[in-house]
Design a protein around this ligand. Structure first.
Ligand code: PGA
Length: 257
């Protein structure tokens, strides 16, 4: 089963819309055109940048995909500060990150909220990137798989096999995010494999084999090839390294081997 890898640049709360345009233009310029036959690349800027990035991608017919970092699950209502999935759909957003550990830890996003968001994002024809990951204390206590598989089961509850087959899971050990520490390729592979096998138990072979599983946490140009070479790792969710177009372009090129 060949799964087309997906590299996603999660810019977090960085780069205003002027900087976003320059960064996307430069990134696209640096990437060989035919690379997009082998790999999908999504850019997840802050909400205030999305319209500018989308306009650039559409008007110049760039091969990059527009992404978002977060959304609510309702279509409208009294939810001050929130953004509805239907608004993102109107901006040609294709991928939405859900349940990033920063949303869970800083903003109190629960498994139940993640589950509602996954459903709402798919209802609007977009692809959720469902994040999971353990803290350092959980890893040291031997609870990595319990935590991660529990998050995935909760996120996918109520989804059909067809809906699960097309979504993306991002395994991001919390202790590796923004710290410069990366899980070893073997450790990352072992957790990504466990995720796929749990999905196999919950669904069937075709679904588990189609699911794309990303690794995230201090992925850089220098470690991308080894991580992407693992059989159950189908891409990366990249924070810091995606802000620099030179580094991100190298990372993407090393990911295709
Ligand atoms: P990082 O962030 O690459 O800076 O570690 C990854 C993420 O949080 O998605």
């Amino acid at each position: 089963m060949t799964r087309k890898p997906l590299i996603s640049g999660n810019w977090k709360m960085n780069l205003n819309h002027f900087e976003a345009i320059q960064t996307v233009q430069k990134l696209h310029y640096l990437l060989p055109k035919d690379i997009f036959e082998q790999i999908d690349v999504s850019i997840h800027p802050p909400f205030t940048d999305i319209r500018s990035v989308q306009t650039l991608i559409d008007s110049e017919d760039l091969d990059l995909r527009v992404g978002a970092q977060h959304c609510h699950w309702e279509d409208s209502g009294a939810f001050t500060g929130e953004v509805a999935p239907v608004f993102l759909e109107k901006l040609n957003v294709e991928y939405v990150v859900v349940g990033h550990s920063e949303r869970r830890e800083i903003f109190g996003e629960t498994d139940e909220m993640v589950n509602k968001k996954v459903a709402a994002i798919q209802q609007h024809g977009m692809t959720p990137i469902v994040c999971c990951g353990e803290t350092l204390a959980e890893r040291e206590a031997g609870e990595t798989e319990t935590k991660v598989l529990g998050q995935i089961e909760a996120a996918l509850a109520g989804r059909s096999n067809e809906q699960i087959a097309v979504l993306v899971v991002a395994y991001e050990p919390i202790w590796a995010i923004g710290t410069g520490q990366t899980a070893t390729a073997d450790d990352a592979q072992s957790v990504c494999h466990a995720i796929r096998e749990r999905v196999r138990d919950l669904t069937d072979d075709a679904t588990a084999d189609a699911l794309r599983v990303q690794y995230g946490g201090s992925v850089k140009a220098g470690n991308a090839a080894e991580l992407m070479g693992q059989p159950d790792i189908d891409g990366a969710l990249v924070g810091g390294a995606s802000l620099d177009p030179d580094e991100f372009a190298r990372l993407i090129q090393f990911s295709v081997g």
